[in-house]
Structure formats: C-alpha cells, structure tokens
Design a protein around this ligand. Structure first.
Ligand SMILES: C[S@@+](CC[C@H](N)C(=O)[O-])C[C@H]1O[C@@H](n2cnc3c(N)ncnc32)[C@H](O)[C@@H]1O
Length: 301
C-alpha cells in the first residue's frame, strides 16, 4: 500500500483534463448491461474497502457508487442500445474495427457516428472527417456511407497548433497516411489529404456536405474546421465532434462559433456534440462566406 501511494505521488501529471464520466457501459440489451455491472461488482467484492458495498446488492451498490461519484463531480452513464439484429450487426462491426485499427472513440460514440452517417444519406453532399489518426473512425464512416464521397484530412504529423487552454502537445497522435489508405482500400470514393486543415481544403472548397466528423482535440483546429464547413453544410447536414464534453478547447470553439448562429450545439452522452444545419442563409463568418475568402485566408501563396 505504501509503495503504491509512493508510486502515485511520483506519477507524471496527467496531460488531459480529468474525464467527467467515470464509467460508460454500452450494451445491445439490458442483460448485457446487467452482466457488465455484475462483473464490476464481482471485482469490487475482491477489494477490502468495497466488499461491504458490493454485498448489499446490485441496486444499492450502484446507487452508492453513483452518489459517491456525483458528489465528486462525476457521473455514472449507462447505455443500452436497441435489441435488434441491425444494432447487433453494427456493434459487431465496431468491435471488428476496434480489433483491427486503433479507434479513439467509445463504442457508443462509434455507434452514434455510424447511425448519423446512415441517417444523413438522404441529405445531399459529400462526407468529410478531420482528425483521422489511424483511420479507426474513418472505417466506421466507410461502413455506413455506401457510395458517398468521403474526404479524410489529417496532418499525419500529430496536433499542429496548441493554445494555452489545450491539454495536448504539438505533434501528439502522429500516424501514417499509407496505413490509413491501406486500411480503407476495400472502400470506393475515399480521398486522403495530408497536411494542416484547412490549408489542404483546396479540393473541397466547392463541395457541399451531408456529414462532417471532427476529432482534432484542440481549440484552433476545431475553430478553423467550423469556419470552413459551416457554410458548406447542406440544410439537414450534420456535424459531430468528439471531445466536446472533455476537452475544453473543443467546447470553447463550438460555443463561441455557434453563439450567434441559429443552430444549437447539442451535447450527447459520453463526449460528443452534434449540430444540424437548419438554414441555408449565409451567415457572416471569418472564412466561410466564399471560395475567394477561403482561398485568401487559408490557401498558401
Ligand atoms: C484523436 S486523433 C483522431 C482519432 C480518430 N478520429 C479515431 O477515432 O481513430 C486527432 C487527430 O487530429 C489531427 N489533427 C488535429 N488538428 C488538425 C488539423 N488542423 N489538420 C489536420 N489534422 C489535424 C491529429 O494529427 C490527430 O491525428
């Protein structure tokens, strides 16, 4: 115990903010959730401190854990997805994708991305993702997109800009574009662009979008993506961003950008947020108004 305390004291400071959610349990059916909880309780009952709590039974133990977490500013979140063959198939897909690629999304977040891509196929436009890393979330998008054109943007050299409020470091999360192309070679109409977005946005300045997935982990990148994509979203088109709930820079960029817009930033359980474009009226943004403005502000030379 003493050794453990010493180790904890000497541990390196955390790079990220503490996560506001302590557990996320996803399952296709109530029984999956119950089995998971039972497994947690079995583990708890092996520790001296928590054995009495676990012995009081499932409901009582969960209530106590939940109360304890909430008094420390945490929340216990459970997710039970619909019990139908389609959901089972999607969860299987997500599990396979997780085994083969490193996906930095929770299962439920991957499910949310998959379903939103599917549901927005009725809206005209291409699909884009900024923040591809090893292609895990892109794989999920590919599985849902059918023949839709998908544009994937990443520096592949990690996070490009870091501001004071960001908890990531410059160059974090580098990956290889070749690995991503290879991982997605079975899907048609997929385009991979290497470099700092939106300097790499030249090929898509005239496109409209039905779905955009942002997963860039930092304030400036998120803000620049919103500036670029907002005016290019088709009405009914949807933007999902990872980490709105747990990365302060992502949250700030969304809240600032949409403060004077019609659209609401809808916070989802887990860490994502979702925005549905509701009006095609051009609204003044620093770079979103026209191709000329984008080229002037963002493209080199
Ligand atoms: C968390 S990872 C993406 C994870 C991926 N979506 C997944 O679920 O597997 C964040 C990525 O954003 C990229 N990134 C951040 N800002 C960027 C920018 N302005 N342009 C291009 N890539 C950027 C980083 O290089 C990094 O690979």
């Amino acid at each position: 115990m003493k050794a453990m305390k010493k180790r904890m004291k000497n541990a390196a400071p955390e790079k990220f903010n503490p996560h506001p959610y302590s557990f996320l349990i996803t399952g296709e059916h109530d029984t999956v959730v119950k089995k998971t909880i039972a497994a947690i309780l079995r583990r708890l009952s092996r520790t001296n401190v928590l054995r009495p709590l676990a012995k009081r039974g499932l409901e009582a133990a969960l209530a106590a854990i939940s109360y304890g977490l909430s008094s420390k500013g945490h929340a216990l979140v459970f997710y039970a997805l619909p019990n139908n063959p389609e959901t089972k198939k999607i969860m299987e897909l997500i599990r396979n994708a997780k085994e083969r690629h490193q996906i930095l999304l929770h299962d439920y977040e991957a499910y949310q991305v998959f379903m939103t891509v599917k549901k927005t196929l009725k809206v005209e436009g291409d699909i884009a993702e900024v923040g591809v890393f090893r292609g895990g979330s892109a794989k999920i998008i590919c599985e849902a997109k059918g023949h839709r054109r998908l544009h994937l943007f990443d520096t592949f050299e990690g996070i490009p800009h870091v501001s004071e409020i960001d908890r990531v470091y410059k160059g974090q999360l580098a990956a290889s574009p070749e690995d991503v192309k290879n991982a997605l070679r079975e899907y048609g109409n997929v385009h991979v662009y290497k470099g700092v977005f939106p300097e790499t946005a030249g090929p898509i300045v005239d496109k409209k979008f039905s779905f955009v997935h942002l997963d860039v982990d930092a304030y400036e990148s998120t803000r620049n993506c919103l500036k670029f994509f907002y005016s290019r979203m088709t009405v009914g088109g949807t933007i999902i961003s990872h980490n709105y709930g747990d990365i302060i820079g992502v949250r700030k960029a969304f809240d600032e950008f949409f403060a004077d817009k019609l659209e609401s930033v809808v916070e989802l359980a887990c860490t994502q947020c979702l925005v549905v474009k509701v009006s095609s009226l051009e609204q003044p943004t620093a770079a979103g108004a026209s191709k000329e403005a984008i080229e002037k502000e963002w493209l080199p030379g």
